[in-house]
Ligand binder design. Structure first.
Ligand SMILES: [Mg+2]
Length: 253
């Protein structure tokens, strides 16, 4: 998460990912003309370098002995205690301290900060992620129907590199590092809508995090669909197990 590289948005740069020169489709009061996807755990999951074994390897380089088996629980505990920036600013230090808590939870003792910095940086690399099998077909199916697609993530990862690495074609990308605020701050959603050239009522947000993705999008009048791959929220309305049913859920097929 690289807050220090957080130059203000460059509209020309962001819009360079608009590959289709056609105007947006006519507004439809029911069906969206744009779909905005969260990235982590919505279209992509962290690969082995960002799992327990990867944390152990980095720990070893820093003289730490970590227990890979404790990774998942340590991550859950750290997330439960995660303190957001009071103004929802993008703040890399928050994620370094979050990572340090995971390392502590995996049994790390001593100087864990340097390892936390290195592991936080590891989340910036596109090649450390794997797309879910349903991601590419879903994005392609939407764009074939003239739906504009954006990626919106609380991250320092360069999403232009990410989409190129994974063969995704989208119309706009935006991160908290470039915008300066994180989801669920309303300005990051509004900026994405601007990049896509649509109003809130014409767009749907698709993400895995209730507070950041779903509540944030609904607060400005966007429709929102929860992707609940782990089955954690069976009672939440407008939820899907994965992305395969998304076009139908949005009334697009
Ligand atoms: Mg996510």
């Amino acid at each position: 998460m690289g807050g220090e590289d957080g130059a203000e948005d460059d509209p020309d740069q962001q819009q360079s990912l608009r590959h289709d020169a056609q105007p947006p489709p006519a507004n439809d009061a029911v069906n969206p003309s744009a779909v905005v996807f969260d990235v982590d755990y919505t279209i992509a999951r962290p690969g082995p370098e960002l799992g327990g074994e990867g944390y152990c390897r980095v720990g070893t380089r820093h003289g730490l002995t970590l227990d890979a088996a404790r990774y998942e629980e340590a991550r859950r505990d750290a997330f439960a205690d995660l303190k957001r920036h009071p103004e929802l600013d993008h703040d890399e230090e928050i994620w370094i301290l979050f990572t340090q808590r995971i390392i502590d939870g995996m049994g790390g003792t001593g100087d864990t900060y340097a390892a936390a910095v290195e592991l936080t940086r590891a989340w910036d690399h596109a090649e450390h992620f794997e797309l879910y099998d349903d991601a590419l077909p879903t994005v392609d199916a939407l764009r074939e129907r003239g739906i504009r697609v954006g990626l919106l993530s609380n991250t320092s990862r360069d999403l232009e590199i990410f989409v190129a690495h994974h063969g995704l074609i989208v119309d706009a990308v935006l991160t908290s590092a470039t915008h300066g605020k994180t989801k669920p701050h309303e300005t990051i959603f509004r900026r994405m809508l601007f990049l896509l050239g649509v109003e809130a009522g014409e767009a749907a947000m698709v993400g895995d995090t209730l507070h950041d993705d779903i509540e944030g999008a609904r607060a400005i009048g966007m429709r929102a669909v929860l992707v609940d791959r782990a089955g954690r929220y069976p009672d939440v309305p407008d939820r899907l197990d994965d992305l395969r049913a998304l076009p139908a859920a949005l009334g697009l097929i």
